[in-house]
Design a protein around this ligand. Structure first.
Ligand SMILES: Nc1ncnc2c1ncn2[C@@H]1O[C@H](COP(=O)(O)OP(=O)(O)OP(=O)(O)O)[C@@H](O)[C@H]1O
Ligand SMILES: [Mg+2]
Length: 252
């Protein structure tokens, strides 16, 4: 139905931190992503939007190596597909998975420390903990509380803080605002902007158009595993095609 429109960049590939080219993912016989191309420049905030099942999580999971893909994923020009997931972490890539995936019966501190388990990250653990607790002050008060007893918004803060414990240069977030109150959405948005200003490049996915495009520099809209629309966030917000693709989901 929709025509595939690719964002055409005037920048060179060297300026991109992440370049995804013609990425295709199958689950058995099911085609979940079809020739998706996407770029994320150094220090950008980029969002991927789309309805349920459009392939948003699959895209992030392919970038972190949790699902197999064909096509190319380049991180600073280096082909990632042959790099195991744990080594992608060591390259500076972090991923907050869908539904947060905390260890429910570990404390907040224990969950956070697990975010810096790689040998290369361990020596800086105390400093990293200090840094993430100053980004999310509530986590300092909740250090000894079991993760499952936190509210959804607090759990999301722990999940993001855990990903930041490895001091990544590139952070991927899978639906960071899902189920959160407007106050908590504002809090998480503030932290994303703050770490971005400190030099962290961000790629996140969301269903809510307003929240996503308000925060990001550029956006991509997925429809049935393909890029249906892409562009600068301000332009996308004004684009009638966005609203027709979403058929009423826009602004939800
Ligand atoms: N492990 C899997 N095995 C088979 N099919 C899968 C698997 N994971 C995802 N899919 C299918 O691939 C498609 C894309 O799923 P994906 O989770 O990437 O979508 P999404 O855009 O993240 O959706 P949501 O907004 O619900 O999180 C869906 O049709 C889904 O059912
Ligand atoms: Mg998903």
């Amino acid at each position: 139905m929709s025509s595939q429109i690719r964002w055409s960049s005037t920048s060179t590939w060297e300026e991109q931190l992440l370049s995804v080219r013609e990425l295709t993912v199958h689950y058995g016989g099911y085609l979940a992503l079809s020739e998706v191309s996407l770029e994320v420049g150094h220090r950008e905030i980029v969002c991927v939007m789309g309805a349920n099942g459009s392939g948003k999580s699959t895209l992030l999971n392919a970038v972190s190596g949790l699902v197999e893909s064909s096509g190319e994923i380049l991180f600073e020009g280096r082909l990632l597909q042959d790099v195991p997931t744990y080594e992608r972490l060591a390259l500076g890539l972090a991923h907050v998975l869908e539904r947060r995936r905390l260890f429910p019966f570990l404390t907040v501190s224990e969950n956070l420390l697990l975010g810096a388990y790689l040998p290369s990250m361990r020596s800086a653990r105390a400093q990293s903990l200090e840094r993430v607790e100053s980004l999310f002050p509530i986590l300092r008060d909740r250090r000894r509380q079991l993760a499952h007893s936190l509210s959804g918004g607090e759990q999301q803060q722990v999940a993001i803080a855990r990903a930041l414990m490895g001091n990544p240069r590139f952070l991927m977030l899978d639906e960071p605002f899902l189920g959160l109150s407007p106050k908590m959405v504002a809090e998480i948005s503030r932290v994303i902007q703050s770490i971005n200003q400190d030099g962290v490049t961000v790629l996140f996915n969301e269903q809510s158009v307003q929240q996503s495009l308000g925060l990001s520099d550029r956006g991509y809209i997925l429809e049935s595993g393909r890029v249906a629309l892409a562009g600068a966030s301000a332009e996308l917000l004004a684009d009638r095609r966005l609203h027709s693709i979403y058929m009423g989901l826009a602004g939800a």
